[in-house]
Design a binder for this molecule. Sequence first.
Ligand code: ADP
Length: 188
Amino acid sequence: MNVLLIGPPGSGKGTQGERLAARLGLEHLAAGDLLRAEVQTGTPLGGRIADIMERGDLVPDTVILSLLMPRVLAAADANGYLLDGFPRSVDQAVEARKLAELADASPHAVIYLDAPREELMRRILARAEIEGRADDNPDTVANRLRVFDEATRPLVDYYRDRGLLHVINADQHEDEVTADILKALGVE
Ligand code: ADP
């Protein structure tokens, strides 16, 4: 099975992605984690990615596509993928779809984690205290939420039109969120 997990910053993609991948035996691919790993390499490309992430903007499509798609196709060839944080725009979805269709690696379901803005803010600022992520400061968070509304939210209609979308209430205990997702995927 191949599953996409989309949602605003703070909606719990990382937490749910890890749990679901383990439960379903899928490979967990997190776009943000792959980009942070690239930053750690200290290459010029890594430096540019770091600047963009610190502003809370999206890295260019070619960067994320070239990092992610080989892994996505390989995982689809194995036991399937649980992809979190990608796509983040309709353009990314269209590009990924062309490749995925050729390789028989299309998603079977798209999970959208929905939560109110105040709760997202609260969680991110609480996480900032613990993890110290460079992009978890109030200015960058405001921009990440704006980018989400403009670039990523249109994916909800895009995937609903394709009959793939499951909207999950992410404003509840993480165990309940996991249970709702498994139910939506038809796994008990
Ligand atoms: P969050 O969802 O909480 O913002 P992520 O770790 O998923 O956390 O993403 C962190 C940052 O990584 C984003 O703000 C963006 O700069 C970059 N990023 C992640 N995924 C993508 C993507 N698919 N396309 C472009 N940039 C991305």
